[in-house]
Design a protein. Structure first.
Length: 303
């Protein structure tokens, strides 16, 4: 007896599908809303800035310190008047009293008292001021000024006259209304002296040859003969850019002295001394000029 065995084919197992990742909205709902608000806010703000954009420039602030200009003429005039009265005196008590009364117009009350004994009743001299020279006015404080001045006096004693010159510094106070008062008595000082400075002598540098020198000399001699009496219209033929003013003086040209020329590009730099005879004072007048010349249609002084 044959037994028939039937084998059933194994059915393949179905492929296991991969589980897709999912986001559980419920758990992160608040975070998602915040992120959406941030995103929408950023886009909105960027759009607003794009339409309302304003060019911005970095501003560098500069602190400007204004220099207050003080009219020192007022101070100089005040000190000159004070020094004239202060260094002038006469013998006799009545004259001394008048002087002390006059000084009240300049001095503080303290200085008025201090100066009562400057000129005694038995003084053997009298003095008159010949000249006052203001050397400097220097601001020492907000409203105080140091003034350096010299005074030339003629001193008379027993009919003998002597001229002396002395230099002093004095302090002046100016109030907000411009009124002045001496706050420090005249104190001896040194007079400014002549400087030993000597400028470097000018020399021809060889850039202008002999023929060009003669041509320039001829032009300048012609010009300076006409210059003293030249009108503005006549001057315009020789001068441009208002390089020289109209003077209208009775001068007679004599000669050019120590003419120094140098050339740069098309311009001539001239240092000249012009000798004139002054017909009014009968003196010799020596005028020094630093000029720039240029040849256009003719030679012209351009500066």
């Amino acid at each position: 007896m044959k037994i028939k065995i039937e084998r059933t084919k194994k059915q393949p197992k179905p492929k296991k599908q991969k589980k897709r990742p999912t986001i559980n909205v419920g758990m992160h709902k608040k975070l998602t809303l915040v992120l959406w608000f941030v995103l929408i806010g950023s886009v909105g703000f960027g759009t607003y800035k794009n339409f309302t954009a304003i060019d911005r420039h970095t501003v560098h602030e500069k602190k400007v310190i204004e220099t207050k200009i003080v009219d020192t003429n007022r101070i100089e005039s005040f000190v000159t008047a004070f020094a004239t009265d202060y260094y002038t005196w006469q013998q006799g008590q009545s004259a001394i009293d008048r002087r002390n009364e006059q000084l009240k117009n300049y001095l503080t009350k303290e200085l008025q008292q201090l100066n009562l004994e400057m000129v005694r009743s038995d003084i053997p001299t009298s003095a008159t001021v010949q000249r006052i020279q203001i050397w400097s006015v220097t601001r020492s404080d907000d409203n105080e000024y140091d003034v350096l001045f010299s005074v030339e006096q003629q001193i008379t004693e027993n009919k003998k006259k002597t001229t002396i010159t002395s230099t002093y510094s004095v302090q002046v106070c100016m109030d907000k209304d411009g009124n002045l008062v001496i706050t420090k008595n005249p104190t001896m000082n040194s007079q400014p002296k002549k400087s030993s400075y000597q400028p470097k002598p000018l020399e021809n540098d060889g850039t202008v040859d002999a023929s060009l020198t003669a041509e320039i000399n001829g032009f300048l001699e012609t010009f300076f003969k006409l210059y003293p009496t030249a009108t503005e219209k006549e001057l315009a033929y020789y001068v441009s850019n208002d390089a020289l003013p109209v003077i209208q003086k009775n001068y007679v040209f004599a000669e050019l002295v120590n003419s120094i020329y140098s050339k740069k590009d098309k311009q001539i730099f001239a240092n000249v001394t012009v000798k004139y005879l002054d017909q009014e004072t009968k003196t010799t007048h020596l005028a020094q000029y630093e000029l720039i010349l240029e040849k256009q249609d003719n030679w012209k002084i351009i500066l």
